[in-house]
Design a protein around this ligand. Structure first.
Ligand code: MD6
Ligand code: FE
Length: 211
């Protein structure tokens, strides 16, 4: 069978960390429509870090659990603290994309239970961090970028390791795990622009198996 994705660019960022350019392009409009539906029930909000700072990135979630932060810490929670309701279900198309991209990157049987939805407006940024609130680091993380481009920083296992910079654009998917699972990474301040499908925003989905 002809596999269009075989011809797309793959950028190896590190051992078992790969950027699949344009991997989500066939479903981009469906993903954006599903994000709108999720945000209609679980609105984007800027959460507060344990240190008391309001994040510049607005977030919501879908799936069995969602990533949240407040003055008491970071955690996965089964309900949206803003509404008291369970997070919206993860759309089947989200889970399928994450599963298939993970498999293509060498991670068989990835079944995410959490999808964090990040919304960046011009100026929003995410400082260098590790994703370490999940129970089992053997599972990879799958990230899908939509809307305006952003500069992603991809560092090493120490905060002081100088990060690579890579532009993530509409439709790009990053899968990482294994020895790269705990690398420090972040997103530089979003430059203003106007994306034909997403407007003045960058949307990012990160899929994890948290439980
Ligand atoms: C973002 N992404 O791209 C934030 N984490 O908006 C992340 O923090 C991230 O893209 C783990 C793996 C992939 C990611
Ligand atoms: Fe992260």
């Amino acid at each position: 069978m002809l596999d269009l994705f075989d011809s797309r660019e793959r950028v190896v960022l590190a051992d078992q960390a790969v950027l699949m350019r344009g991997r989500a392009l066939g479903v981009d409009e469906a993903l954006l429509a599903a994000i709108d539906a999720i945000a209609g029930r679980a609105p984007f909000r800027r959460m507060v870090t344990p240190g008391g700072f309001e994040m510049s990135v607005a977030m919501t979630n879908c799936g069995r659990v969602g990533w949240v932060t407040d003055r008491t810490g970071y955690r996965y929670a089964p309900r949206d603290p803003a509404t008291g309701e369970p997070w919206p279900e993860m759309p089947a198309a989200f889970a399928a994309l994450a599963h298939d991209a993970a498999a293509e990157a060498g991670f068989a049987d990835f079944v995410p239970d959490a999808c964090l939805v990040n919304c960046y407006e011009p100026g929003a940024r995410l400082s260098l961090h590790q994703d370490k609130d999940e129970q089992d680091y053997r599972h990879p993380v799958v990230s899908v970028s939509l809307g305006l481009p952003a500069t992603f920083q991809f560092g090493g296992l120490k905060r002081s390791d100088r990060p690579l910079k890579v532009s993530l654009t509409h439709g790009d998917v990053v899968v990482w795990g294994g020895p790269s699972r705990l690398v420090f990474h972040g997103v530089l301040a979003l430059k203003d622009g106007d994306h034909p499908l997403a407007g003045r925003r960058r949307l990012n989905l990160t899929f994890r198996k948290a439980l």
